[in-house]
Design a binder for this molecule. Sequence first.
Ligand code: ZN
Length: 302
Amino acid sequence: MRRRQPATGRRRGGGIRWWILLLFAGYAAWQWFGSAETDPYTGETAHYGASAAEEVQLGAQAYQQVLGDAQAQGALLPPDTEVSRQIRTIAQRLVARVPEVTTQLAQRNQQQAPTFYEQFQWDVSVIQSDQANAFCLPGGKMAVYTGLLPVAQTEDAMAVVMGHEIAHALLRHGSQRMAQQELVQMGQMAAGMAIGGMDPQQQQAVMAALGAGAQYGFILPYGRSHETQADQVGLMLAAAACYDPRQAIPLWERMSASSGGQSPPEFASTHPDPANRIQHLQSLMPQALEFHRQYCADQPLQ
Ligand SMILES: [Zn+2]
């Protein structure tokens, strides 16, 4: 017995219900452009998926989980060790300069200086691990993995890495990523409805393409621009906290040499090509040195 064919016309366009996609595109565009804000640190357009208060809460929850896991594995370095103290000092010096750097960068972009970071609950822990990695969660909770120590080598270089991580939190990249993910999820939902008339194999192919597109075509390029932004704001923070920003160049050279094609998550695929990154950092150096001169007149660089 033959399967009953649906009335002609209903399946034009391979069974895709184009009007649903159009409706979705219109709604998404309206939502996306309606929620556009200007990031005061970079002057670039940004979309936030969570408020700063929500970020603090989410970050603190994630942090508890990370610390709990580290503790269970006996990998949490006690706070009174020499290394923990050094890392904490660097974090404190960087965080102490957040208001000044925020005000100055916002001024440069003709934006009002934000104050959301006053809600942040800054904290840092050191975790024993071979990974040359560090992170700062939304809301200010940081961790440094001991595998980073031999790559960083100096306090200045460590300050550059931690400044970069703190910058991710200040730039609210976690919140921006949430906004992107919401958009992708809406897209998948719309696609799911639109391809309702297709056979399961075709549906699978469309969903896979959408997922891959979301991952490579949409999220990653934004990821890379976030890295570039974090490099910039982080370098200014390190310089204003009286660390030598020039150490960023040999640091990232060591970082790309040490990763040998196997980078840990934060410094992996979304990071800019090392040559591009170093070129970018070099172009930022005059501005960073100016921050250093301004805040560290009593400790000039050699
Ligand atoms: Zn990063």
